[in-house]
Design a protein around this ligand. Structure first.
Ligand SMILES: [Zn+2]
Length: 347
């Protein structure tokens, strides 16, 4: 049996932000139902019913969790479902494979925002096209008026979604509303675009403070890891650009990507090249300038790495990616060609 995979699927399915976790049923509800009288010393808790949840589609008559010598055993009682299967599903979680007992691990997570607020966040952070959002709005005029008040709702509904300045104004109004509506959340995940750039320092600390590293990509991708938010359960691919500009690139991962990554070590390729990080930082306006680029050894390493990853890269491209004056970029490129044997096109 694929115990570890089953453990991950069962434990994480209800925590996906796209699914929400509001009712008393589902995995948490089942966990919190009153325990039945114990009839042996190893049995920890038994529950009368286990409601189907998203990701677990087959109703189950009961679940029994036992504490055995080397781990936890969970029995899902399908055999007691009328017309159901003839056998139960037995899941074993050896000690060391379980980060924490599910009840405690799940209940410390925070509630996700209402789906209405989530849709507003998707637009505010740039993951929904303005014209698409405009159509979404027209179907929710009453809800919008209740949330924003008549005047702001009118401003939002009457805006020109084809004009970038008007869209920016709408985003500003809705961001203020979404921030206030999400003030009880204990992480910043919902505010981040699907691909986001976050500077190191206080802003980065606030975002990264809840994202715990789960796996590192390893060499040669020393900058790449994936992590899970300890508050909302969102998984992120994280690229750490600390050689030139000190920022993080984050890419939201969905459940299939996380499963593929953990089970098969298949990583999304978005941040596989260091150039992709530099380009994202450049586009986000996170660009620092070295006081003395000629003496900055990390700058030289980066130029060599970029040229190795893309032989024939142009000096103008290096200058743009690394925020260098053209003459400085050319001088550093010539040094990299001479000392490291890389191929760079001297424009
Ligand atoms: Zn989070």
């Amino acid at each position: 049996m694929h115990v570890r995979g089953a453990c991950l699927a069962a434990a994480r399915a209800p925590c996906s932000p796209s699914r929400g976790r509001r009712s008393g049923t589902g995995l948490i509800g089942a966990m919190l139902l009153p325990a039945q009288p114990r009839n042996d010393t190893s049995r920890m808790e038994t529950f009368k019913r286990w409601e189907p949840v998203q990701g677990i589609e087959w109703p189950c008559a009961g679940v029994e969790i036992s504490n055995v010598t080397d781990g936890l055993t969970m029995r899902l009682e399908f055999s007691k479902v009328v017309g159901g299967a003839h056998r139960d599903l037995l899941l074993r979680f050896p000690w060391g494979c379980v980060v924490a007992f599910p009840r405690r691990a799940l209940t410390r997570r925070c509630r996700m925002p209402d789906p209405f607020i989530l849709d507003i966040w998707r637009f505010v952070r740039g993951d929904t096209e303005p014209r698409e959002f405009e159509q979404w709005l027209y179907a929710r005029t009453n809800e919008l008026e209740n949330c924003l008040g008549a005047q702001k709702a009118l401003d939002v509904l009457s805006a020109d979604y084809g004009a970038s300045a008007a869209v920016a104004d709408v985003r500003k109004i809705l961001r203020a509303f979404a921030e206030q509506a999400s003030s009880s959340l204990r992480c910043r995940c919902v505010t981040l675009a699907n691909v986001a750039v976050v500077e190191m320092g206080s802003a980065g600390d606030e975002v990264l403070g809840t994202i715990e590293e789960r796996r590192s990509r390893g060499e040669p991708w020393w900058w790449l890891w994936c992590g899970e938010c300890s508050r909302c359960g969102q998984w992120w691919l994280v690229g750490q650009e600390e050689r030139q500009n000190d920022f993080f690139c984050l890419r939201r991962l969905d459940a299939d990507e996380v499963n593929d990554l953990l089970q098969n070590n298949v990583w999304p390729s978005d941040f596989d090249s260091y150039e992709s990080l530099l380009r994202l930082g450049h586009d986000a306006g996170v660009m620092f300038r070295f006081a003395d680029p000629e003496q900055a050894s990390s700058l030289q390493w980066t130029i060599v790495d970029l040229a190795k990853a893309k032989p024939g890269i142009r000096v103008a491209e290096l200058a743009s990616l690394l925020n260098l004056e053209p003459d400085t970029a050319r001088m550093l490129a010539e040094r990299a060609i001479r000392d490291n044997g890389v191929t760079i096109q001297l424009d």
